[in-house]
Design a binder for this molecule. Structure first.
Ligand SMILES: Cc1cc2nc3c(=O)[nH]c(=O)nc-3n(C[C@H](O)[C@H](O)[C@H](O)COP(=O)(O)OP(=O)(O)OC[C@H]3O[C@@H](n4cnc5c(N)ncnc54)[C@H](O)[C@@H]3O)c2cc1C
Length: 454
């Protein structure tokens, strides 16, 4: 069911980037009744062939958006979540994970193929009247006038300009001076990503594993692995997280399957048998960025906002990068539905930042903390971790703080229980957008936060 607010005026909203964050904010903004144009540098919607976890904090939003039924049919719902030591010993096992998620959060935890997911978001955005300009790389932004210019020299202007251009954001680079901002930095880890289809898998044990969807994590020294089924149990997604050995300046490269297999020699035979099936693989350097001081900028002539990886890239160790981007999109789009005149856009952006930035920045930190737990080397710290996990193996309710955050009774409700629409509605009822004569939200300080940070 689509429950959207309708604004008193229709804004022109320009979005840069048609990744998950750009599509998310496009959908919610169009649902709020505004005219939306998305500029995307690629020639079409391009997602890589890999899986994605969509947790209840985001699936709750997707349920509202009226996405095509095909997406929901292709989704897989893991019936268990397990964490194993790299030898294969089970340390954490959440049975009936699917049922628990729905009961606790009234929304499912699902696994999607990224192609299916992005196709569904794009289809819905088109249905809602969002316009797409493909093959348009935005190379220049004027933060004072609100004008953006493509590499071909085409210019556009919006009442609101939204930067959804990912980790290597040009918008971000031009928002902040180079010496202040810097560039994406290596986290020290890289990901091997592979998707296997049932046709490739002969081993009956592996075939059964794929056809009974579960979410499995193997943790070991300096590395870990995540596996889950896709497309109704006909494909298997594996991500292997290992120390980064890609040269500086290379963020993505074809990997060697032999090298990948060697890194996991001696790990759980189930995992190594899956890895053995792969005949090609890609390596992705995992990058992060300095925390951004501000996510919004408003002047008398322009209004800018950042979302998704452009402002909070994170390690994928809680599977939250895209989920957070969907939350961002829902909050920003819904807030824009409340404004009654253009002068209130600045206020909506301020509220967006207040609602989203503390949470986004906190999740980033949690992803690094989770790495420290997953990738501990064998020794006293690892034994202490394993003893704690094993001491609660058979307990239905874990005790906080539980080091595996996705099942921790404190962290899980904070992550999965978040309700973007409710957060907006609560904030707006506390501080309503009432029309006052000559009302204007003046930009406060330097919205880029430079003065505060330097
Ligand atoms: C191994 C791995 C596993 C992950 N697993 C999960 C998971 O399970 N769950 C989860 O929630 N997240 C996961 N993530 C994170 C998630 O993929 C990202 O956070 C998310 O895709 C970011 O979306 P985005 O739209 O902000 O950025 P992007 O996906 O980078 O999209 C940016 C878009 O902008 C376009 N663009 C860039 N520059 C310009 C320009 N100048 N002009 C016009 N267009 C431009 C690009 O072509 C692209 O289409 C994972 C990440 C990795 C690396």
């Amino acid at each position: 069911m689509v429950d959207a607010v309708q604004p008193a005026i229709r804004l022109d909203v320009v979005i840069i980037g048609a990744g998950i964050s750009g599509l998310a904010v496009a959908i919610e903004t169009a649902l709020s009744g505004h005219h939306v144009v998305v500029f995307e540098s690629a020639e079409g919607i391009h997602e890589i062939g890999a899986g994605i976890n969509v947790s209840p904090n985001a699936s709750r939003i997707l349920q509202r958006w009226g996405l095509p039924a095909e997406m929901w049919t292709s989704a897989t719902e893991p019936t268990s979540l397990s964490v194993r030591r790299y030898s294969g010993e089970i340390l954490v096992l959440e049975r009936e994970f699917d049922t628990k998620m729905r009961a606790r959060y009234d929304a499912p935890f699902i696994e999607l193929h990224r192609v299916d997911f992005q196709t569904a978001l794009y289809t819905r955005a088109k249905e809602l009247g969002v316009e797409f300009r493909f093959g348009m790389r935005i190379s220049k932004l004027n933060y004072e006038t609100g004008e953006i210019t493509s590499h071909t020299g085409l210019s556009a202007k919006g009442d609101v300009v939204i930067a959804a251009d990912g980790l290597w954001s040009v918008c971000r680079a031009q928002f902040l001076p180079k010496d202040f901002e810097g560039v994406p930095r290596p986290t020290g880890d890289l990901a091997y990503r592979l998707v296997l289809t049932l046709d490739q898998i002969q081993d009956p044990e592996l075939r059964e594993w794929v056809s009974k969807p579960s979410l499995d994590v193997w943790i070991g020294p300096h590395s870990h692995a995540v596996g889950y089924s896709l497309r109704g149990g006909t494909e298997f997604n594996i991500v292997l997280l290992v120390p980064d050995d890609l040269p500086n300046g290379i963020s993505k490269q074809a990997g060697s399957v032999e090298e990948m297999r060697a890194l996991f020699t001696g790990w759980d035979p189930i995992l190594t048998k899956f890895i053995a099936v792969a005949d090609s693989v890609k390596k992705w350097k995992l990058m992060h960025r300095k925390e951004m001081r501000r996510w919004v900028y408003a002047s008398s002539n322009s209004n800018f906002a950042f979302l998704g990886d452009s402002c909070h890239p994170m390690l994928p160790y809680l599977g939250q990068g895209a989920n957070s981007a969907i939350e961002d999109g829902a909050v920003l789009g819904r807030l824009l539905g409340h404004i009654q005149n253009k002068e209130q856009i600045g206020k909506a952006l301020e509220m967006y930042e207040q609602l989203r930035k503390p949470r986004g920045d906190a999740i980033v930190k949690e992803t690094f903390a989770q790495r420290d737990v997953f990738q501990v080397v064998d020794g006293p710290k690892q034994r202490e971790r394993d003893e704690l996990l094993l001491s609660q193996l058979n307990e239905e309710e874990k005790h906080a703080p539980f080091p595996i955050r996705l099942v921790c009774p404190q962290v899980q409700p904070w992550l999965f229980g978040y309700d973007a629409c409710a957060e907006v509605d609560k904030a707006v009822s506390k501080d309503p957008f009432v029309v006052a004569k000559n009302e204007k939200t003046e930009p406060s300080l330097d919205k880029r936060g430079i003065a505060a940070g330097s």
